[in-house]
Design a protein around this ligand. Structure first.
Ligand code: SF4
Ligand code: SF4
Length: 189
């Protein structure tokens, strides 16, 4: 979906908020597009990582939060590993997701936001992702109860996923991070 850039009243759009949340100055981007060329999801959505950065540089406002790539970014950090300016686009995407949540921005079709919410929920509860629990919740949320269920025994047998949540995570510390995030979100902007 093409995004029309609308300059905010300040003329700087949301670039400063992105920097405050992610710690990343996207103005350092050279637009070499190495990130986009290596991004595994850029081919499946209308916007690419370098395009998102270009729009931020040009003063894009909150309309950029409607971009589908925010939700299908796999946080693989391939872009970061390829970037000559060491711009961590995965963290920029994290910041944009937080801003999209806070502002109630339009969600793309599909189940990526649901999966994102479920996985974050398991991290909040167990300190790390709990894949089996997330899969169960996802199946309930999408009413896809039996889809791909035949693969579960093999996944368990090969220890690709664990039956129970991982032990050893610092749950208290992780909970503190989420609680602090909640407080940040409640602050008026
Ligand atoms: S690889 Fe880095 S410098 Fe190049 S376009 Fe992507 S973010 Fe910009
Ligand atoms: S972290 Fe996101 S934007 Fe970067 S390469 Fe991976 S999927 Fe693409």
């Amino acid at each position: 979906m093409p995004i029309k850039i609308t300059r905010a009243a300040t003329g700087r759009g949301i670039i400063d908020q992105v920097k405050a949340l992610s710690g990343i100055d996207v103005n350092a981007c050279l637009q070499c597009k190495k990130c986009t060329n290596g991004c595994p999801v850029a081919g499946f959505t209308a916007s690419s990582p370098s395009e998102i950065i270009k729009k931020l540089q040009l003063g894009a406002g909150e309309e950029i939060l409607d971009s589908e790539i925010i939700w299908i970014c796999a946080s693989c950090a391939t872009c970061f590993s390829r970037c000559p300016m060491e711009i961590n686009m995965a963290e920029v995407m994290d910041a944009l997701r937080v801003m999209a949540e806070v502002k109630g921005a339009a969600r793309p079709r599909g189940n990526a936001p649901l999966m994102n919410k479920i996985l974050l929920g398991t991290i909040r509860k167990f300190g790390r992702t709990y894949d089996l629990g997330a899969m169960a919740l996802y199946k309930v949320g999408t009413a896809s109860y039996t889809k791909d269920l035949d693969k579960l025994p093999l996944l368990l047998k090969k220890k690709k996923i664990a039956l129970l949540p991982t032990q050893g995570a610092d749950r208290k510390m992780v909970k503190r991070i989420f609680d602090n995030l909640d407080k940040t979100r409640k602050k008026p902007t």
